[in-house]
Design a protein around this ligand. Structure first.
Ligand code: ZN
Ligand code: ZN
Ligand code: ZN
Ligand code: ZN
Length: 262
């Protein structure tokens, strides 16, 4: 039986025919020994035949894969159907009896092939059932995490900006309050100076008047007048005070002070 007839894709399995000649019934079973598809009736017939009693007939889905036929390169009439356990080399029956492999142990290559085939299928289904979906879930998780991080960072940036704007406006408020204070100090100092200026104006007027008066006395024809008039004492110069100005030192803050604030 050709291999291609056995390895029909899964989806076509429902329509598989029994492999016995002229039987068109649905195949349900498989003889692992003969590698043939069997319907229920043909299975019973098959197992009844003398010499077939020990054939392993299983459900078609649980069949063992047939070893692909490969001829030995040294003995072209022989199939490679044994495995040397010590050397892990596939061999034909003739090779097994000769040369290096004498006294080695051999196993049925078909059984090893079927077992590896099943293992491979199990690996595929494990990959589909566990490894792939788990990796995809992890990827989804990563995408979720990165969009969450973007969201968090966006919020942090917004808060930082707001905090900065608040600080700027507080600085503006404090500076404008300080400006008002400076205006008030300036006003009061200037007012004080104005008062002193006015006092001195008055005093200078007084002095000028005094000089005029004294001159008038000097030029008087009546000496009595100069004598009689009370000796005038010149009023003392009004006291003035120098304004005390508190300076302002710029450049007290640097970037790290602002960094500490924020
Ligand atoms: Zn059989
Ligand atoms: Zn049949
Ligand atoms: Zn050989
Ligand atoms: Zn060997």
């Amino acid at each position: 039986m050709a291999l291609s007839k056995i390895d029909i894709p899964r989806r076509a399995q429902h329509f598989l025919e029994c492999g016995i000649e002229d039987c068109e019934r649905n195949c349900e079973f498989y003889c692992n020994y003969c590698h043939i598809r069997l319907c229920k009736q043909c299975r019973d017939e098959h197992l009844k035949s003398s010499g077939n009693k020990n054939h392993e007939v299983v459900l078609y889905q649980q069949r063992e894969r047939q070893l692909p036929v490969e001829k030995c390169k040294i003995h072209p009439t022989k199939d490679v159907d044994m495995l040397c356990e010590e050397c892990q080399v596939p061999l034909c029956s003739k090779c097994a009896t000769k040369g290096d492999h004498q006294k080695h142990t051999f196993v049925d290559l078909e059984a090893v092939f079927a077992e590896n085939f099943t293992l491979c299928q199990q690996e595929i289904s494990k990959t589909h059932e566990y490894f792939l979906p788990t990796s995809q879930d992890l990827q989804k998780e990563i995408k979720k995490d990165s969009s969450e991080i973007k969201h968090i960072m966006h919020n942090i940036r917004t808060s930082m900006k707001t905090e900065g704007e608040t600080l700027k406006s507080l600085v503006d408020t404090v500076i404008s309050e300080n400006m008002k204070q400076v205006d008030q100090i300036e006003y009061s100092l200037l007012e004080d100076l104005n008062t002193q200026d006015k006092t001195l104006d008055d005093y200078i007027t007084y002095l000028n008047d005094l000089v005029k008066e004294l001159n008038r006395r000097l030029s008087s024809t009546k000496p009595q007048r100069l004598m009689s008039e009370k000796k005038s004492k010149i009023r003392s110069i009004p006291k003035t005070t120098k304004p005390v100005i508190q300076g302002f030192t710029a450049g007290q803050y640097n970037k790290s002070d602002v960094t500490k604030l924020l």
